[in-house]
Design a protein around this ligand. Sequence first.
Ligand SMILES: [Zn+2]
Length: 348
Amino acid sequence: MALTNLAYRDYEVWVPSLPKTIQHQLYGSFKDYMGSLVFGTEPKRWFAGTWIPLKILRVYQDGSMKGDKGAPVVLDLKNNVIEMRWVCKNKVSIPMPDQVVNWINERVREGGDVRFARIGLKDNEPYLALIAEREVEPYQPSEYKLVVDVNSWRYGIAWGLIHNGQLVSFKQEKPNLNELLTLYYQAVKRGKKHGALMRIGLHRMTQGKRLRRQAEARMGKIYRVTRDKAYFLASKLVRKALRYRALLVIDDVTEESRRELLEEKLPPDVVKLLMSNLKRFVHQLETLARWYGVPYRFKRLPSTICPICKHELTQEEGRIMICENCGFKAPRDKVPMYWAIKEVHSGE
Ligand SMILES: [Zn+2]
């Protein structure tokens, strides 16, 4: 209850990408204190689904302090330790790994600061994550527009750079779907074998354990590969927008994406995974855009309606879209770019 009282959620939070390694290291030292958490050794159900924000006191190298003196988390950059008070029965002092120190310094250099931490459960173990925030005014966009179309992870994300009504560059970034599907089917196969052993009660033997471990490892890899790709792309696109001081236009994930994926007859689990990664990508893109002050907006950019005359487009072989009314013709994934170009001219 002490924790819930400390929780506050009255402003919006953005989470710049925190490398996995850092999270692991924080968690690694923190778990030694699990037995003494004040809310009991058996984490409560309400806690499991909640990530509770905790106030932070920062102590800088020169000894100056910022934040709430009574905060439960002290980020001591002078001695490179994270102290936690009240969260456990005894005061917890975790040495800060170099990577964490560097990450914090980088955020501060960019004009941000670590404003609070969040504590929650990950894989049933307590876990501490640091959250940096930055207040920044978006720049005035130049004549450039960076359009990001997220219509299907299957065909990748398409982005186009528009300048003076012209598409000056266009690229599709595709995930390696074959690699993902191979891993997926390997995991399913091992899962089935494990299930068969379970039915005859042998799943706790060496072989059963190994099968389960292998299946989990493959699912974990699928998750990591797609997540890393999403983070990598979001960061690449935000850097591109910054370089051209472009307005970022994002066509968000829609039902259309899911339908397209289902039409591909992909396994439902894989569709779910790809969809959640699309959402993660969009979220990360928005987070980074805000962090770096890139102006952005969401705009529905259809790929099945003619950008010239708004007639329904017909799909031909090779994902080529044709307008039977006015003769417009373009690859399906470029149609949204034409919509974005049209907007520049109509001044919308
Ligand atoms: Zn048309």
